[in-house]
Design a protein. Structure first.
Length: 94
């Protein structure tokens, strides 16, 4: 199998109170990003660049405790590469 390059975009929304929360993005169990959310009244267009063998990969967003926040990733989509996405499941094809 040959690794494929895929670029995935997601619209990330976060509701929070108090100190700016941190969040993490995983592809399967690999940490791809950890960021501090500092924005208010807007969303972030997240870009994930993935080079992987064909197969299924789960994209997961989670808050880093302690926090008073909720994170949601919407409109997750493949911008480039041979792949499809269904919810949080990325399927890379040959």
């Amino acid at each position: 199998m040959t690794k494929q390059f895929v670029r995935v975009l997601a619209d990330v929304h976060c509701n929070w109170e108090g100190l700016p929360p941190k969040y993490r993005v995983y592809v399967n169990n690999e940490l791809f990003a950890e960021r501090t959310w500092t924005w208010t009244d807007c969303y972030l267009e997240e870009l994930l660049q993935i080079e992987a063998d064909p197969g299924e990969y789960t994209i997961k967003y989670e808050m880093v405790p302690p926090c008073l926040a909720e994170i949601r990733a919407k409109n997750i989509r493949v911008e480039h590469g041979s792949a499809t996405i269904d919810g949080a499941i990325l399927r890379i094809t040959e």
